[in-house]
Design a protein around this ligand. Structure first.
Ligand code: HH2
Length: 346
């Protein structure tokens, strides 16, 4: 099997040139959207194949639901659900980039041995003190997410004085701890944790203020896919009817600086982010994002800064004011004051 550094090469190459799409594959019976669909081994493999064919850059394999109220899954059970699937995907599709969605260091360790090269830890490596050591020793890339509380309790009463500043500071601290543990900077991605101890308004504020999180200097991953805030904003739609809302969040997240999106619907998401990329990154050819933009005129180019890290003052013609406060700029004005939270879905 390839070394982890080699397995990470394809995504290192593509990162920044286009938005990477991470496809969700939960081998759980109870995940809020795909629970039970891919718990059987053959179904999980078929789903992996489908997501790769649809253009997934990364497959994120999870064996424990982290939906609000979820109880922890014993380590043995999580291993039983995830490791054989990872091993089989890595064998059948050696080019696939596989991520393990876990907070347990032993699960991460065995998943890396089975063929994963990314650890996606919703606790930002805080639930298991050995996680950072496992990641550092293996040379794995880590996704460090923000969560307030634990999945069991996080939606009981999410509270922040300034959600954007608090999430930014926590993510900065996660990254610093990771680097101190020996994980190189280029192996760290950050994620504000949409739906993890957040009200609808908290989620919206974090999305609008992605440039603040981006200013930490790490790639940003966003996981809005079919989450409950989308259902709330659309009058209570169930997860099955949240695709269009999800795609809207993806396009704006890309415009606001997201580098990786974690989604259930790979084909739809790939199509949406390619268009967003064409607008934001000047990469108009969906299949070759590094090709030259032969159709763009100089005036097209002048109207938008090619550097997405530029400050709003650099890009006066960019209509979305990336530093505006929620009250200035509320594209979701339908439900500005909504604070209700769904207890079953992130
Ligand atoms: N969301 C979920 C799980 N893992 N990881 C990251 N980095 N970011 C996220 O937003 C995120 C995540 C929840 O979605 P899902 O896996 O579909 O549901 P469940 O936790 O019920 O399995």
């Amino acid at each position: 099997m390839q070394a982890i550094a080699e397995r990470l090469q394809p995504i290192r190459h593509a990162l920044g040139a286009r938005t990477l799409v991470m496809g969700v594959l939960n081998t759980t019976p109870d995940s809020f959207y795909d629970g039970g669909r891919y718990a059987a081994f053959e179904r999980a493999l078929a789903r992996a194949e489908q997501m790769l064919a649809e253009g997934a850059d990364i497959l994120d394999i999870g064996g424990e639901s982290t939906r609000p109220g979820a109880e922890p899954v014993p380590e043995d059970e999580e291993l039983r659900r995830t490791v054989p699937v990872i091993e089989a995907i890595a064998t059948r599709y050696p080019q696939a980039t596989i991520s393990i969605d876990t907070t347990k260091s032993r699960v991460a360790e065995l998943a890396l041995q089975a063929g994963a090269c990314i650890i996606n830890d919703i606790s930002g490596m805080t639930f298991d003190p050995r996680m950072a050591e496992v990641a550092a020793q293996a040379g794995a890339l880590v996704v460090l997410m923000h969560i307030q509380g634990t999945p069991r309790t996080m939606q009981q009463n999410p509270h922040y004085t300034d959600v954007v500043a608090e999430v930014r500071d926590t993510l900065r601290a996660h990254a610093q701890r990771a680097e101190q543990a020996g994980i190189p900077r280029e192996n760290i991605w950050l994620d504000p944790g949409i739906g993890f101890g957040k009200t609808v308004q908290h989620n919206l504020q974090l999305l609008r203020h992605l440039p603040t999180l981006k200013s930490l200097g790490y790639p940003i991953l966003i996981g809005t896919s079919r989450k409950s805030f989308i259902g709330h904003l659309l009058g209570g739609l169930p997860p099955e009817e949240r695709l269009e809302g999800t795609l809207a969040t993806l396009a704006l997240a890309v415009a606001w600086g997201a580098d990786i999106v974690r989604v259930h619907d790979v084909q739809a998401a790939v199509r949406a982010v390619r268009i967003a990329d064409a607008l934001v990154r000047h990469s108009p050819n969906a299949n070759d994002s590094l090709s030259l933009d032969r159709d763009s005129t100089p005036s097209d180019c002048d109207s938008f800064p090619s550097n997405r890290d530029s400050t709003p003052s650099d890009c006066d013609s960019f209509r979305l004011n990336r530093d505006s406060t929620p009250s200035d700029c509320n594209p979701f004005s339908m439900d500005r004051n909504q604070t209700t939270i769904d207890r079953k879905q992130p």
